[in-house]
Design a binder for this molecule. Structure first.
Ligand code: FES
Length: 197
């Protein structure tokens, strides 16, 4: 683990059957000792496993449960409760559009429709080239700047269909690593809300 508590970058698995490499396993095994109760390490453990694989498999959840002493059913409840955890592979750019009430009244349905039309996928799907995926997610905690979406925890707010089309086009053309491309897109993204007519 780094000082910030994040895991170092690791090679992703070659197959969805693969378990974490020894170096990551050592970090995961050490994590529960850093909490007053080892079950407190469950969320960071799940984060670390997802950061490595891209999503969580049943084996990952089982491992997280074993290391923290949390029952399998409870681990599964946590994974299904938080929309930040994924149980299937996502694209290089996993787009999560908020579907909750504040974003909905500001037009999130139109944002989802725009993403669907641009990418030719529905929520829960991934483009054939593996570049994008789309999810509808619960409140991102940015209700005053809705509608909004997140890509790998980076927020894009005060969305309009035009802004979304420009964002997707930018990510389509950026061949840097996903984290670099998303950061660059966020820096250039017009943050201001446009006047409503
Ligand atoms: S309702 Fe969308 S961020 Fe809260």
């Amino acid at each position: 683990m780094s000082r910030s508590g994040e895991t170092e970058a690791k090679e992703p698995p070659a197959s969805s059957e693969d378990g974490p490499p020894e170096s990551l396993l050592a970090e995961l095994r050490a994590l529960p000792a850093r909490y007053p109760q080892k079950r407190g390490a469950l969320l960071p453990l799940l984060h670390a496993l997802q950061a490595w694989r891209g999503h969580l498999t049943p084996a990952d959840m089982k491992l997280a449960g074993e290391l923290t002493g949390v029952a399998a059913a409870d681990v599964f409840s946590v994974v299904t409760f938080y929309t930040m955890y994924r149980q299937r592979p996502v694209g290089r750019f996993p787009i999560g559009v908020c579907r909750n009430i504040a974003c909905w009244v500001n037009g999130s349905e139109q944002i989802v429709s725009t993403v669907k039309a641009e990418l030719g996928i529905a929520p829960g799907e991934r483009t054939a080239d593996g570049r994008f995926s789309l999810e509808e997610v619960e409140c991102l905690g940015s209700c005053g700047t809705g509608p909004c979406l997140e890509i790998e925890s980076r927020y894009f707010e005060n969305l309009t269909p035009d802004k979304v089309r420009a964002l997707i086009e930018k990510l389509r053309r950026d061949d840097r690593s996903p984290s670099e491309a998303i950061l660059a897109a966020q820096r250039e993204f017009p943050a201001a809300r446009e006047a409503r007519s």
